[in-house]
Design a protein around this ligand. Structure first.
Ligand code: ASP
Length: 350
């Protein structure tokens, strides 16, 4: 199928809102693997595997940026790798729904053009981020769901996998535990953190100064009734414009109610709030004040990074001008972002 071409007027408007010329900058890639970290559930082997996977995803994504590829390409490459890794709640290793299925959500957004694509509730797409990107580039739509999204995947020649591809025993046991907890007491009260483990996301700044954001998830363990989280909702879990890119992870209902990713970016681009403060206000004030929790990765067009979270830990990593991957998990661990900005030679933000 040929790429879908938008009407000219719409394209011009998008560039008018989003487009800006930037001097060449050192590329930056920031990734997350979810904010549902629980220290007592971690084993040394699992921790090692997660750190190695995050390091590889950073290196692969950054290699693309260094080769002059776009922020969109780096985000896509990093997320695809994490989707294929069973340690994360995205692609293979996604959490199970109440009915024992895997229903996957993903989104991607190009900050330079404000184009976006997302998919929700897909059960047979190995890499939902690739389908989200295809929705953006090869369809006239932004968000496709369920069987329709899979029919679109087939129509562009994307191979579908058997739903058993996504299954891991660990996620199955998490569902059994959640079902028991539900039977014993009111659901959706105080056990939420361990139901949103391991969503993945990436934000990138390329050498052209363009930003992109992407997120991919299996959602929350024991979700039902076709529940869709914030990740594929543009503005809630995923957003990028010419000055800011955000991928969120956490209890999705609260990210939708605060339109979290968009709220952070509006503070940065409209109100000129430094990205660290903007992201912290939304993630550590607005969301907890409603009763939610989680984290986010945020990046601005100068390469400043912010990674706020209010859970015990968040799988997170970044790579900037020096090409060294930084990976951290726990809240009390130095993730190197104190040495911001990632751009060599630029000044530190307030
Ligand atoms: N935000 C995701 C959702 O609510 C879950 C997560 O990030 O862990 O579907």
């Amino acid at each position: 199928m040929k790429p879908y071409r938008r009407p000219l007027a719409a394209a011009a408007l998008a560039v008018g809102i989003a487009g800006m010329s930037h001097a060449a900058v050192a590329p930056v890639l920031v990734i997350h693997g979810g904010a549902g970290v629980i220290r007592h559930d971690m084993t040394p082997a699992k921790e090692k595997a997660i750190r190695a996977a995050m390091t590889r995803a950073l290196e692969q994504g950054h290699a693309r940026l260094k080769a002059g590829k776009s922020a969109l390409d780096a985000v896509t490459a990093a997320i695809t790798m994490l989707e294929d890794d069973p340690n994360f709640n995205a692609g293979k290793g996604s959490v199970f729904t109440h009915e024992g299925r895997n229903e996957l959500d993903a989104a991607i957004m190009d900050g330079n053009t404000l184009r976006a694509g997302s998919v929700a509730g897909v059960q047979r797409v190995r890499n939902p981020i690739l389908l989200a990107r295809a929705v953006m580039q090869q369809s006239p739509y932004v968000l496709l769901s369920g069987e329709g999204a899979e029919a679109f995947a087939r129509s562009i020649g994307m191979a579908l996998v058997d739903p058993s591809w996504f299954r891991t025993e660990e996620r199955w046991q998490q569902l059994q535990k959640a079902l028991k907890e539900d039977a014993a007491k009111q659901p959706y009260t105080d056990e939420e953190t361990d139901r949103h483990l391991g969503t993945v996301g990436a934000v990138a700044l390329d050498a052209q100064g363009h930003l992109a954001a992407g997120t991919s998830t299996g959602g929350m363990t024991d979700k039902r009734w076709g529940r869709i989280g914030d990740s594929p909702i543009i503005g809630a879990g995923t957003y990028a414009n010419s000055g800011c890119a955000v991928s969120a992870t956490g209890w999705g209902e609260f990210y939708m109610r605060t339109v979290a990713a968009h709220a952070i970016c509006m503070k940065v681009t409209q109100m000129r709030v430094p990205i660290k403060r903007a992201a912290a206000e939304v993630i550590n004030q607005d969301i907890p004040s409603l009763g939610g929790n989680g984290g986010a990765i945020a990046l601005d067009a100068q390469g400043h990074i912010s990674i706020p979270f209010n859970t015990e830990g968040m799988y997170r990593g970044w790579i900037g001008a020096d090409g060294v991957p930084h990976v951290a998990i726990y809240g009390d661990e130095d993730d190197g972002t104190a040495e911001l900005p990632a751009q060599a030679g630029s000044s530190t933000q307030p």
